[in-house]
Design a protein around this ligand. Structure first.
Ligand code: GDP
Ligand code: ZN
Length: 314
């Protein structure tokens, strides 16, 4: 029987199996040893082969099915090891706001570039619209035009008044989704709006089994109330993905509109900073690439020159 890992304590797993039931599982020993570089071999979102244990209520995960994508973080103090946060994401949503604390386009663009590298489709949520001044609303419209034009769907919501929340819920239906955002943007308020009682629910799992768990490694998927199902991934401590190690030449690949223009640059190894015949610079001048996006692109390149980024994983 196959199943979906919906809870992970680091030692025990909660699995929703094909039969619709939830099983408490351990990883089979050989699975843990089988050459996984990651400190955690199984993560929420993993599809697994389940082996039922007739003698006990604790069952086994026999195998992990190939992952479509995953997000990863370098483990603290272990530069060669990495910590996978979640797998098989259908989408990632970044909660932003133009009210305090305002989310910068630099942060949005770094997040989007990283999500591109992970091949996770991303959408933006502008929260707290009830607080926006006319100027802020105008700025939001500009951002929505910019980002939806590049291919990132945008949503304007208020977690407080509920504006836009039903449409957003419709968008999440049937998907496994990760919510990220700087603290203070209203992520928790929004999740509780989307899933009434989410907080309650997170505390309600058959915790008797989940003994000795570390809250930092605990992650779970919260089922959505929509008819078509779906889950939100709620992982403590994920504010964003954390920037991936990218080759300098690779950075432009993660800015889709810059990448599209770069096909027309004179030189194949154009860095789009100073070269003659650079199609990206022309597009910037002609307003087809937004200055804010180009600035974010340069920012990532400059960080790299400064050696700020160490390899995060192999
Ligand atoms: P988190 O750190 O992203 O989880 O943010 P919280 O959900 O804790 O929200 C931070 C603050 O913003 C709280 O005081 C919320 O009441 C407030 N807040 C969240 N969403 C909205 C919104 O849509 N409108 C308004 N006016 N306040 C909001
Ligand atoms: Zn160029």
């Amino acid at each position: 029987m196959t199943g979906l890992v919906i809870k992970n304590t680091g030692s025990h797993y909660g699995v929703r199996a094909e039969d619709g039931k939830e099983y408490l599982c351990l990883a089979k020993g050989n699975l843990r040893l089988r050459g996984f570089r990651s400190t955690n071999p199984i993560v929420v979102g993993d599809l697994i082969q389940l082996e039922l244990n007739e003698q006990d209520e604790v069952h086994y995960i026999r195998d992990i099915l190939p992952r479509r994508n995953y997000i990863i973080r370098r483990s603290a103090n272990l530069s060669k090891e990495s910590h996978i946060l979640a797998a098989n994401l259908d989408a990632s949503f970044l909660v932003c706001t133009i009210a305090a604390p305002e989310t910068s386009t630099t942060f949005i663009d770094r997040f989007l570039a990283t999500a591109e590298a992970y091949r996770v489709p991303t959408e933006l949520i502008f929260n707290k619209v009830d607080l926006y001044t006319p100027e802020a609303l105008e700025y939001m419209q500009e951002l929505i035009e910019l980002y939806s034009g590049i291919g990132y769907p945008c949503h304007a919501v208020s977690a407080t008044t509920g504006e836009g929340v039903d449409e957003l819920l419709g968008r999440l239906e049937g998907k496994i989704t990760l919510f990220s955002g700087h603290s203070g943007v209203g992520k928790s308020t929004l999740i509780n709006r989307l899933i009434p009682g989410a907080e309650l629910r997170t505390g309600q799992i058959s915790m008797a089994h989940f003994k000795g768990m570390h809250t930092t490694t605990f992650s779970q998927m919260i089922p959505l109330p929509s008819a078509g199902g779906g889950y939100l991934i709620d992982t403590p401590g994920i504010k964003g993905f954390g920037m991936l190690e990218m080759d300098e030449a690779e950075v432009s690949h993660y800015f889709p509109e810059i990448f599209a223009e770069s096909a027309h640059c004179r030189f194949g190894n154009c860095s789009h900073t100073h070269e003659p015949g650079c199609a990206v610079l022309s597009a910037l001048e002609e307003g087809r690439i937004a200055p804010s996006r180009y600035t974010s692109y340069l920012g990532i390149l400059e960080d790299k020159e400064g050696g700020k980024y160490r390899p995060e994983y192999k």
